[in-house]
Structure formats: structure tokens, C-alpha cells
Write a protein that binds this ligand. Structure first.
Ligand code: NDP
Length: 329
């Protein structure tokens, strides 16, 4: 069977691509730049892996060609950074239109498509106005209530989170209105950590890996406050996308794929334990203003329907930091 994978150059997609090829799917991957295609092809020279350049997924016809003849679609591409000049152009448009365009292209040119899986985010679930919210448990029934106006005026972190909420909502609205022949599954991971397979440098490191990277070179004593208190390993998230493709139980379902709570202090503890040479670079003293209690997440649906066995934080931090250690030396 053939899978269309969008945003194949990304951190998460690197693992989705590996698992798809390991399961002997043929893969048509979209990327924005030819160099990224060349790099990925060099990793899997003998696999059935081809590329289509999609420079701008906000274009209505962006995915029309790509969906032709594929059996499944995995849409991971979405801007995930905080360098936003124009919230609509830089973040909201590509996120939302990228999502609705691919669904419309499948509906029009992909009658053979059996399933679409979209990478949403825990950012589409969390209500940021409620803050740390001790005792609250988030699950798949909840939504980030961000408004368009807030998304366009508040800080870039908020804009990114809203972009994920709006694009996932747009996807479910599309399903409701257009009643296409294919089912949809959305995956809503919190902060994704773990080893990287994609092509990165210290300058181009993806946003979530940069959290750990930055804690490896603080060179001060105080641990910065935890920004995102829930996490999951990239391998669990990637496998969830692949498992959902041919598992009918997941049809038209949303999955909170979360390993549980995390603090920046815990990351620092595991970093120092695994790499004693980071002494003096990884901070030791928690920020006094740090909130001690946060909301938690309920991952039981992901375990029940997909049998996910969550990778431990210690393992995930170790596997990522092992790759980053040369950069900080
Ligand atoms: P990356 O930045 O590594 O990957 C993002 C991917 O989207 C890249 O392939 C990138 O292409 C592509 N992309 C970004 N902006 C655009 C655009 N304007 N038009 C077309 N493609 C674009 O981050 P992740 O791998 O972490 O993110 C993958 C998905 O996972 C995203 O949907 C993200 O929202 C979601 N997610 C990530 C979490 C995390 O903590 N990492 C948590 C929850 C959800 P290029 O390489 O050309 O820049």
C-alpha cells in the first residue's frame, strides 16, 4: 500500500517515515525543499520512497497531484516555531489551509484513499487561560477555546497553539460538512522529545528538541520554569500515526498520545545523571517561582485502542541528549 506523508523533513515525520518504510509501505513524501528530499532519500536508497515538492501548502491546489493513487494520507506538516511576524501568513494560514486543502484534495482526487491521519497537538486541547490548573485532567473531549482575535494579538506561543486548535477543528468541520468517504484520525501529542532522525544543526534544531538542547548549555545555576508540563517520546507518537492507518477502531477518533507530566527540573536531573560531563552546564537549582503542581493528561484511550507502551522520560532524554552532546562540548 502507498502512503502520502506531508512535511517529511520534520522531527516527528522522520520517525513516521522510518516506521512506514519498515512496514514496507511505499511512501510519497512532500517537502518544501529539494535538499531535504535528497537527504531523506540517502537514508533509504533501496526503499520505495519518492518525493513531491510542495513549496506552499496554503495554495488550494497544493496537494491535488500528491493524493492521486495513494491508499493512506498522513499529514504532519505545520509551522512549529515562534518567529512570527505576521500571525496569519506565517502560522495560521499554512496550518489551517494546509489541513483543509489536503482534505479537499483527497475528497476530489483521492476516492481510493482509505484513511487520513492528521498530527494535531495537545495545544488543541489545553485551555491556556486556565494556567497550571492543578488537579485538572485533560483528555480527548476537551478543546483549546482560543479565539481568532487572541491568536492574532497574543504572543507567538499562543498563536502556534491556536493554529493547532483551529486546524484540527477545521478538519473535523470538513468531515461533518463534506461527509467524505474516508475516515479521519487525529493525534494530539504534548511536547515531543526523543532521538532525531531528520537533518538538523544547532541553528535549525526543531522547537521541542531545542528545549533539552537549551537546558544542556545554561551555564547558570537556576533551572528556568517549566513551559510545557506534559511530554511524550517521538517514537510513540510516530507509531500511533502508523498504527492508526489500518486500525478501524481509530476511525473518526481523536487520540491524546501523552506519556505524562514533566518538569524542566526532571530533564536537568536526567541530563546530569546520564552525562556527568555536563557539570556546570546543566543548572541545579529550581526557579523559585516555579509552579509545583500542574494539570495532568489521560492517555487511557491511546493504550486501549492502539496498545501504546509509553517510553520512559529517562530513556527519551538520554537518547536525545546523546545526539546533542557533541554540540555543547
Ligand atoms: P518540525 O519543525 O521538525 O517539523 C515541521 C514540519 O512542517 C517540517 O516538515 C516543516 O517543513 C513543515 N512545515 C513547517 N512550516 C511549513 C509551511 N509553512 N508549509 C509547509 N510545511 C511546513 O516540528 P515537529 O516534527 O515537531 O512537528 C511536526 C508536527 O507535529 C506539527 O504538525 C506540529 O504542530 C506537531 N506537534 C509537535 C509537537 C512537538 O513537541 N514537537 C507537539 C505536538 C504537535 P521544513 O522542514 O521545510 O521546515
Amino acid at each position: 500500500a502507498k502512503v502520502l506523508l506531508t512535511g517529511a523533513s520534520g522531527f516527528l515525520a522522520g520517525w513516521v517515515l522510518r516506521y512506514l518504510l519498515e512496514k514496507d509501505y511505499s511512501v510519497v513524501a512532500t517537502v518544501r525543499f529539494q535538499e531535504k528530499a535528497d537527504y531523506l532519500k540517502s537514508l533509504y536508497p533501496n526503499k520505495d520512497l519518492t518525493f513531491i515538492l510542495v513549496p506552499d501548502m496554503s495554495e488550494p491546489t497544493a496537494f491535488d497531484e500528491a493524493v492521486k493513487g495513494v491508499d493512506y494520507v498522513v499529514h504532519t506538516a505545520s509551522p512549529f516555531h515562534f518567529k512570527i511576524n505576521d500571525p496569519v501568513k506565517d502560522m495560521l494560514d499554512p496550518a489551517i489551509k494546509g489541513t483543509t486543502n489536503i482534505l479537499a484534495s483527497v475528497n476530489k482526487y483521492g476516492p481510493q484513499v482509505k484513511k487520513v491521519v492528521i498530527t494535531s497537538s495537545f495545544a488543541a486541547i489545553q485551555d491556556y487561560s486556565k494556567g497550571a490548573r492543578p488537579g485538572h485532567v485533560y483528555d480527548e473531549t476537551q478543546w483549546n477555546p482560543a479565539t481568532w482575535e487572541e491568536a492574532c494579538t497574543l504572543d507567538p506561543h499562543f498563536t502556534y497553539c491556536a493554529s493547532k486548535a483551529f486546524s484540527e477543528k477545521a478538519a473535523w468541520d470538513f468531515m461533518e460538512k463534506e461527509k467524505p468517504s474516508f475516515p479521519l484520525t487525529t493525534i494530539t501529542p504534548p511536547m515531543i522529545l526523543g532521538p532525531m532522525l531528520h537533518d538538523v544543526s544547532p541553528e535549525t534544531i526543531n522547537t521541542s528538541s531545542s528545549v533539552v538542547y537549551s537546558l544542556m548549555k545554561v551555564e547558570g545555576k537556576t533551572i528556568p520554569p517549566t513551559r510545557v508540563p506534559v511530554w511524550v517520546d517521538v517514537r510513540n507518537v510516530a507509531m500511533a500515526h502508523v498504527l492508526a492507518l489500518d486500525n478501524p477502531v481509530t476511525d473518526n477518533q481523536r487520540y491524546l498520545v501523552s506519556a505524562g507530566n514533566i518538569t524542566w527540573e526532571q530533564i536537568c536531573i536526567y541530563l546530569r545523571k546520564a552525562f556527568p560531563e555536563l557539570e556546570g552546564k546543566v543548572p541545579t537549582i529550581p526557579d523559585e517561582s516555579e509552579e509545583k503542581e500542574f494539570f495532568s493528561t489521560d492517555n487511557t484511550k491511546s493504550i486501549k485502542d492502539m496498545g501504546i507502551e509509553y517510553i520512559s522520560l529517562e530513556q527519551s532524554i538520554y537518547d536525545l541528549a546523546k545526539q546533542l552532546i557533541d554540540w555543547v562540548k
